[in-house]
Design a protein around this ligand. Structure first.
Ligand SMILES: Cc1cc2nc3c(=O)[nH]c(=O)nc-3n(C[C@H](O)[C@H](O)[C@H](O)COP(=O)(O)OP(=O)(O)OC[C@H]3O[C@@H](n4cnc5c(N)ncnc54)[C@H](O)[C@@H]3O)c2cc1C
Length: 383
């Protein structure tokens, strides 16, 4: 790509603004294509000021949220494996994921339908297998358990670090502690004002997570910021350890998804509630203090379903950037040439990141939305 005009510094083909998991994956995808690409982040990823921090994320394959997700999850698994091969880092543990709920639970029925449609290895755990698969759970006699044998969990911060490392090994540049304060289209390129320097690029990818409205204020009318808190509990002995067979899980209970991860050698398990937490207006207003109110649902869950679990010892605040239909938002910003936006991951995007990076790289190179499935297109929001 040839850039015109007077500019200082090296002109980039692509600048990825925001290097959480989505920006990092995009940088890797661009670098794999031989593009001259730079990533900028206001902090030094992985960090705990966005949405990609913590040790773990669930990877579900039997996906009830729409028919485009299971193929995307499978594509992502292939790419996570390729990243592992490139970096030597153990990122994806295909442990399986347990889903639980009342026998008439609509979410479990939808998961089973999605699995059947895509031939996902989803197994019903009968009463005779409960003690083997989920011995630590105190379950009501009438309770359904399914095992998504293709799913598992990702080591989240290791994944971000590895994506950035792989991108750099392929020639991409990374600028950390480089907050972007302005992007402006000038002739046929973008001028990017970052801390300490001005850069120029033919196209930009905005992957700013919950900070997106600071760079693209138009997006505030579509997106909600949702505060979520994860909690760590003492796992009293080795029986909650991954190496002893404790599996990640996701239970659908009274309209909430309560989920958890095994201990990974640190004697702690993580619990969270996908649906519990308040909306807030903008990142500066995010309350990072944690109170007892933040764990009412996970505490009740632990007391009821995991009675041997020890006390809560730590909590951490994280943010969902949620779209109106909870589908991702990917596309070209209207009236802003050669600007791709990646947002609206609605609390379930991490697992797909390398596949999203592929879509973003193709979109940035094509300059159209054709590589994006209709349910994720930004243009759907403009009616
Ligand atoms: C508690 C919790 C649990 C979750 N569980 C799961 C799960 O089990 N499975 C799953 O698939 N997904 C899960 N998710 C969702 C997933 O983690 C997110 O969808 C994903 O991390 C979003 O990544 P991102 O790159 O869009 O955002 P972020 O990670 O927030 O990255 C955005 C980056 O942009 C940078 N930035 C912003 N503005 C600027 C600027 N002006 N200049 C420079 N840099 C900038 C930020 O510093 C940040 O590094 C969970 C999310 C949370 C919060």
């Amino acid at each position: 790509m040839i850039l015109s005009g007077h500019m200082t510094g090296r002109p980039w083909d692509f600048a990825v603004i925001g290097c959480g998991v989505m920006g990092a994956a995009t940088l890797w995808a661009l670098a794999k294509r031989g593009a001259k690409a730079v990533g900028l982040d206001q902090f030094s990823p992985p960090h705990d000021q966005g949405s990609s921090h913590g040790r773990t994320r669930l990877l579900r394959v039997a996906y009830a949220e729409g028919e485009d997700y299971t193929p995307l999850a499978r594509e992502a698994i292939g790419l996570w494996r390729a990243l592992e091969a490139e970096t030597g880092a153990p990122i994806f543990d295909q442990s399986g994921v347990i889903y639980g709920g009342a026998p008439d639970n609509a979410e479990l029925a939808a998961i089973a339908r999605a699995a059947a449609r895509f031939d996902v290895d989803l197994r019903v755990i009968g009463a005779d297998f409960r003690a083997k698969i989920a011995p630590e759970f105190a379950l009501p006699p009438a309770f359904s358990l399914l095992l998504d044998a293709e799913g598992g969990f990702l080591r989240a911060e290791l994944a971000v670090k590895s994506l950035l490392r792989a991108a750099q090994m392929r020639g991409a540049a990374l600028k950390t502690n480089a907050k972007v304060t302005l992007v402006a289209r000038e002739n046929d390129h973008w001028r990017i004002e970052a801390a300490q320097e001005t850069l120029f690029a033919g196209a930009i990818v905005l992957a700013c997570g919950p900070y997106i409205a600071e760079i693209a204020p138009d997006m505030t009318r579509f997106l909600r910021l949702q505060r979520r808190v994860s909690h760590w509990h003492v796992a009293p002995d080795g029986s909650f350890d991954r190496e002893n067979g404790f599996l990640p899980f996701c239970f659908s209970l009274d309209g909430h998804w309560l989920y958890g991860f095994p201990a990974l050698g640190d004697g702690q398990i993580k619990l969270g509630d996908h649906h519990f937490g308040a909306d807030f207006a903008a990142m500066p207003a995010l309350d990072r203090r944690v109170s007892a109110d933040d764990s009412v649902t996970t505490d009740a869950f632990a007391a009821h379903f995991l009675p041997r679990l020890g006390p809560k010892i730590a909590s951490s605040v994280c943010v969902y950037t949620t779209s109106p239909d909870e589908h991702f938002v990917i596309g070209m910003l209207p009236e802003r040439q050669n600007a791709v936006i990646l947002t609206g991951f609605s609390g379930h995007g991490f697992k797909f990141a390398p596949a999203i990076g592929e879509i973003a790289a193709k979109t940035a190179m094509l300059g159209t939305e054709e590589a994006i499935a209709p349910i994720w297109r930004l243009s759907r929001l403009f009616g």
